[in-house]
Design a protein around this ligand. Structure first.
Ligand code: ADP
Ligand code: MG
Length: 371
């Protein structure tokens, strides 16, 4: 694996002064704590995504940034100024809401002109900027329609154009593509990425879809139960998840509870309840006796060849045909159930009920703290 690019990106992120800083931000609704002490720096020009399951606090955090919710505790700074009590319209932030929130009685042109006229832009200037915004989101010719006369994808383009037209310092987008079908969603993802590249404006994007987050983002903040579990580049989140939650939420991971039996440098021996033993790399501070979770991705497990490194014997429980691949579920002796994938052609076929050897290289086995 080539780690250089993400590390260069991370260094740039570490040295630039933030455009937005959350410090110890919490939000309570009555006795319910929706957000629990969030610290977060957003870097100028980056595309950062809040990723997490429904109810994890993504919208609440975004709305505190945009000015539609107020923190119960903590501070939010933009360009070094406290903004957490500033009204939304004074924050210079473009917002794309989850449900497009266009004005239904206004034409597309009037929807786009609105943020400019409230900012007292001159009429001639408004006309040319509306034309430019329509072109930017590929809606030339549809300016006189009402929102109801547009498809979902077209309405979302109008919402996006309305958020960028006044050249805000920051654009925030709450699951803007969630209601669209898969093909259109992927198409608009590409357009959004191109728009970010062209405008260079910082974007804060919310989604519960991990592949969307990995595709679009410079960095991803993974939300769980009102906290951020990890903030990293897509590559780092995938290769080096810090917690079992991140490891299971991003991509697929086999997760096996065990106990550290011995430690030698950064290599550990892990004992499982079924009696099996595996060697693994330990990236975190771990000690003998610790209860841990061992995670290994399906693509890092192979049917063992004669000269294999660490391998275990396993019984094949189930095989699922996936077109280009097969998904194999095995019971590894003394260790537990694991999933891995093989290409459908080529290799020697695997049959249900068969006993096989599988290879689990120590370098691919990650030790995570038990939650
Ligand atoms: P997400 O966008 O990640 O799905 P939200 O930020 O909308 O999550 O919600 C986080 C938690 O806060 C949820 O449990 C939700 O029910 C709760 N919540 C959000 N808004 C309110 C509100 N106005 N009143 C009470 N609870 C709320
Ligand atoms: Mg939400």
């Amino acid at each position: 694996m080539d780690c250089r690019e993400p590390e260069v990106a991370l260094m740039a992120i570490a040295t630039a002064s933030p455009i937005v800083r959350f410090s110890g931000v919490s939000k309570n609704y009555g006795i319910y704590q929706a957000i629990d002490g969030i610290d977060l720096d957003i870097v100028p020009g980056e595309f950062i995504t809040f990723l997490g399951p429904s109810g994890s606090g993504k919208t609440t955090t975004l709305m505190m940034l945009a000015g539609f919710e107020t923190p119960s505790e903590g501070t939010i700074e933009m360009d070094g100024r406290r903004i957490e009590r500033l009204p939304a319209h004074k924050r210079n932030i473009g917002v794309v809401f989850q449900n497009y929130a266009l004005f239904p009685h206004m034409s597309v042109r009037d929807n786009l002109a609105f943020p400019l006229s409230v900012r007292r832009v001159e009429a001639a200037d408004i006309r040319s900027r509306v034309d430019a915004a329509l072109a930017m989101v590929h809606l030339e010719g549809l300016g006189d329609r009402k929102p109801v006369q547009l498809s979902g994808g077209q309405q979302q383009r109008v919402a996006l154009a309305r958020a960028i037209i006044f050249k805000p310092r920051l654009i925030v987008l709450d699951e803007p593509l969630g209601a669209l079908d898969k093909n259109l969603r992927e198409h608009l993802q590409a357009e959004l990425k191109a728009l970010h590249r062209d405008l260079g404006t910082t974007m804060v994007f919310v989604t519960h879809d991990q592949s969307e987050a990995l595709t679009l983002s410079d960095r991803v903040a993974v939300f769980n139960k009102g906290r951020i579990e990890q903030i990293d580049t897509p590559e780092a989140l995938y290769e080096r998840p810090a917690t079992p939650f991140v490891a299971s939420f991003i991509g697929e991971n086999n997760m096996l509870p065990g106990r550290i039996e011995a430690k030698d440098g950064d290599e550990v021996a892990i004992r499982f309840a079924g009696g099996g033993l595996l060697r693994a790399r330990c990236q975190t501070s771990c000690r003998s006796g610790d209860e841990i979770i061992l995670s290994i991705r399906p693509e890092n497990i192979r049917r063992a060849s004669a000269d294999a490194g660490q391998h275990v014997s396993a019984a094949v429980i189930d095989i699922v045909y996936l077109g280009d691949q097969r998904r194999i579920l095995v019971e590894a002796d003394g260790i537990g159930r694991l999933v891995f994938k093989t290409s459908a052609g080529g290799e020697k076929p695997i049959a249900q009920g068969e006993r096989i050897d599988i290879e689990l290289s120590a370098g691919a086995c990650r030790v995570l703290p038990k939650e």
